[in-house]
Design a protein. Structure first.
Length: 382
C-alpha cells in the first residue's frame, strides 16, 4: 500500500496536480485548500461539499498531518510556545506573540541551525535537517487551530516571521513553497508585507527570493564591520558585508516594503558603543532601512551579557539622530525561553557540533568565555 500524500505540504500547483491525477477538476483543489488551511480541517468526511467518491479516495490515499505537539507553554505576557515533534528524536519550537493590533507567529525552518551565531542558543545545538513544507506550514496550521478565531471571527495569526529555529534561505525550496501557501488567497491569504523572512545573509538566496517570491526582508546584522561580524555571524566569512549590502539594495527593487529591516542584538561591551553605531551609519548610507535593536536574551553557557538599558537607548539615539528609524524590540516570553535567540527545541545533532566545540576549547576556560574574550580584543570607546 502506497504512503498517503500529505496535502498540508502542497501549494496550489501541487494540489491541482494531485487532483488532476485523480481525475478531479481544478476547482476541487481550491476547495481542498480552503478546507485544510482556512478551516483547519483534517477530517475528509467533514468536507461536505466534496463528492462522496472523492472523499473516499482522499481517505484512502491522502492525509493532513502536521507535526505533533510535545508541549504547550504560555508566558505571563501571553506569549505561547509549542514544542513540535518532527521525528527521529528532533523537535522544533514555534512561538505566537499576541499584540493589540496583530498576532505574530514565529516559525522554524530547520531542526537546529548550521550558521552557529555566537549569541543564539539554536546554533549551539548544531544542525540535524531541513524541515519539509508540511512541517513549516504545519506550524501555522496548528497555531491557527489551537488559538481559534478572534472575537469578531478574525484569524488569530495576522503576521508570520521566519525567525524561529534555522536559516530559512538554507532550506530555500521548502521555505519558498511555504511562503506561497501562506500568501495564497485560498489558503491563508496573508499580505506580502505581513510575512517576513529573516536571514543571516545568504546572498545568492536573497537574490533568488527577490525574483521568486519577494516578501518583507529582515537581515540579522549584529555588527558594523567584517572582523566583528566574522566572529558573531560566521556566515559573514563567506558573504561579507559589502556583498550583503549590495544584495539588500537589489532586493528593494522588488520588495513589498520600501526598506530593509536590520536586526541587531545588543551585547554588552561587544557591539554596543557609540562608535559601533556610527560605523553602522556608514555601512547603510544610501540604503533605505530601519533598525530593530534586540536586547540579548541569555541562555546557559552563552558567555555574553545584555547591554544595559541606558546603553541600548543611547545607541538607538545615535541612529535616530541620523534619520534612521530605530526601535527596541520588547522582550516577550523569556520566562518560557521563547524570546529572540532562546529557541532550542530538541535536535539530534548530526554535525556533532557540541563535541567539536568541547574538543576545541582549552581545558582552562569554558567555550563561551573563550569566544567572549576573542571578541573583546577589538576595543572601541563608548
Amino acid at each position: 500500500m502506497s504512503t498517503p500524500v500529505n496535502l498540508l505540504g502542497l501549494d496550489a500547483d501541487g494540489l491541482a496536480q494531485v487532483c488532476a491525477q485523480w481525475g478531479e477538476k481544478p476547482f476541487r483543489a481550491r476547495q481542498l485548500s480552503r478546507w485544510i488551511h482556512q478551516r483547519g480541517q483534517d477530517d475528509f468526511d467533514a468536507m461536505t461539499d466534496l463528492a462522496r467518491g472523492f472523499r473516499e479516495r482522499l481517505r484512502d490515499q491522502a492525509c493532513v498531518r502536521a507535526p505533533a505537539v510535545v508541549s504547550d507553554h504560555v508566558s505571563a505576557d501571553g506569549t505561547r510556545k509549542w514544542l513540535l515533534d518532527v521525528g527521529a528524536g528532533n523537535a522544533i519550537e514555534t512561538v505566537f506573540i499576541p499584540e493589540s493590533q496583530r498576532g505574530t507567529l514565529c516559525v522554524s525552518t530547520q531542526a537546529g541551525c548550521a550558521v552557529n551565531c555566537l549569541f543564539c542558543s539554536t546554533g549551539k545545538q548544531g544542525f540535524s535537517r531541513n524541515l519539509e513544507v508540511a512541517e513549516i506550514v504545519g506550524q501555522l496550521w496548528w497555531a491557527s487551530r489551537a488559538l481559534g478565531p478572534g472575537p469578531a471571527g478574525e484569524r488569530p495569526v495576522s503576521n508570520v516571521v521566519f525567525m524561529g529555529m534555522g536559516e530559512p534561505l538554507q532550506n530555500y525550496e521548502a521555505t519558498l513553497a511555504a511562503l506561497r501557501l501562506m500568501l495564497d488567497d485560498n489558503a491563508y491569504g496573508l499580505s506580502r508585507r505581513r510575512v517576513t523572512v529573516s536571514t543571516s545573509g545568504v546572498v545568492p538566496m536573497i537574490d533568488r527570493l527577490r525574483h521568486d517570491c519577494p516578501v518583507a526582508l529582515a537581515v540579522s546584522l549584529h555588527a558594523p564591520d567584517d572582523p566583528l561580524r566574522d566572529q558573531l555571524v560566521p556566515l559573514n566569512r563567506k558573504y561579507p558585508l559589502a556583498d550583503l549590502m549590495a544584495a539588500c539594495a537589489r532586493y528593494l527593487e522588488a520588495a513589498p516594503r520600501d526598506f530593509i529591516t536590520f536586526e541587531y542584538v545588543m551585547l554588552d561591551g561587544v557591539n554596543d558603543s557609540d562608535e559601533h553605531a556610527r560605523r553602522l551609519l556608514s555601512l547603510v548610507r544610501g540604503l533605505p532601512c530601519k533598525f530593530n535593536l534586540i536586547p540579548f536574551n541569555p541562555f546557559p553557557h552563552a558567555g555574553l551579557r545584555r547591554s544595559p538599558d541606558a546603553r541600548v537607548r543611547r545607541f538607538g539615539q545615535v541612529l535616530i539622530e541620523a534619520g534612521i528609524v530605530t526601535t527596541v524590540r520588547r522582550t516577550r516570553g523569556d520566562d518560557i525561553d521563547a524570546a529572540c535567540g532562546q529557541l532550542a527545541g530538541e535536535v539530534q545533532d548530526r554535525t556533532r557540533l557540541a563535541q567539536r566545540m568541547v574538543r576545541a576549547t582549552p581545558a582552562a576556560a569554558p567555550a563561551a568565555g573563550s569566544a567572549a574574550r576573542r571578541i573583546a580584543i577589538q576595543p572601541v570607546g563608548r
